[in-house]
Design a protein around this ligand. Structure first.
Ligand code: PLP
Length: 287
């Protein structure tokens, strides 16, 4: 549970959450014209923060949006929010929108971006979902084609997650042209019968996950074989194991895909090992 009144950040100010006000003309509100990052917090420290800053910069560049401030200021702001809200485990959500002006599809060059951030307390390490393993359904990937940009337009992933929930499952994997792109809010991996870790290669079709990159690095350091290539739902259903990665869920085993049980239906050894390594390495490198 979050404390009743958190301290949040809005354009340079730290405010009680009920006093932070953003214009109804902000293009984030009217056009979903904004980008975001979510950084996990373990032991009161930020995990993979430089990676999140670099990706934020890339998203802003791709959308020709102004950078609200430099990375050192973002780091200081994240640390201040973590301290003020007493977060030992959880996350910091940060969003940049293009700013507020009268509604018009085109925007003015003079527009100043809106930067907001807030914290959420969450048990990331002792996750019940990671312990039992996630059950996923497949859905068509109906998002726009620039999924490498981390925009705030998350309506389709929300609909897909609701569909999974209505089916009594945990999440959905999205499929385009017969191949899995990614999960609704995570990158998707399978592990073949002979222990090869397979995940789709980076392109505009999927988000370049910060956790994905770290997990692939750890897997290679462990001497595991990695193949970055597309895979189908049929191949995934036959896999020995599967898992997803995201900043706030780390490595989460997947135990069922479209009704097909993987292995014995409990989290597999590779996924469990990669989760343990990710948590250990994140603890070591968090800042
Ligand atoms: N793919 C999508 C669509 C996401 O929304 C996310 C995270 O929000 C990810 C992948 C995982 O990215 P990261 O590991 O950087 O959190």
């Amino acid at each position: 549970m979050n404390t009743p009144l958190r301290t949040v950040y809005l354009n340079g100010e730290y405010l009680p959450e009920n006093q932070a006000k953003v214009s109804i003309f902000d293009r984030g509100f009217v056009f979903a014209d904004g980008v975001y990052e979510v950084t996990s917090v373990i032991d009161g420290k930020l995990v993979d923060f430089p990676g999140h800053c670099t990706r934020l910069g890339r998203s802003l560049n791709e959308l020709k949006m102004k950078r609200p401030c430099d990375d050192a200021t973002l780091l200081a702001m994240h640390r201040e929010l973590v301290a003020r809200n007493g977060i030992t485990e959880g996350l910091v959500y940060m969003q940049v929108t293009r700013g507020a002006e009268d509604r018009e599809f085109t925007w003015s060059d003079t527009l100043e971006p809106t930067l907001v951030a807030f914290t959420q307390k969450k048990n990331l390490i002792d996750s019940p979902l990671a312990a039992r393993g996630s059950k996923v359904i497949s859905v068509p990937d109906l998002r726009w084609q620039r999924r490498d940009i981390k925009t705030i337009q998350l309506l389709y992933p929300s609909l897909a997650k609701m569909e999974a929930k209505a089916a009594g499952k945990d999440d959905a994997w999205m499929v385009e042209d017969g191949f899995v792109t990614e999960g609704t809010s995570n990158n998707a991996f399978i592990i073949t019968g002979d222990g090869v870790i397979v995940t789709r290669q980076l392109s505009r079709s999927l988000l370049h996950g910060i956790t994905r990159a770290a997990v692939l690095r750890h897997a290679q350091e462990e001497g595991l074989r990695v193949e970055e290539r597309p895979f189908t739902i049929e191949e995934a259903k036959q896999a020995a194991e599967a898992f997803v990665t995201a900043a706030t869920s780390f490595v989460t085993p997947v135990v069922e895909i479209d009704g097909a049980t993987l292995g014995d239906g409990t989290p597999g050894p590779y996924a469990k090992k990669l989760r343990a390594i990710y948590i250990e390495e994140s603890r070591r490198s968090a800042i």
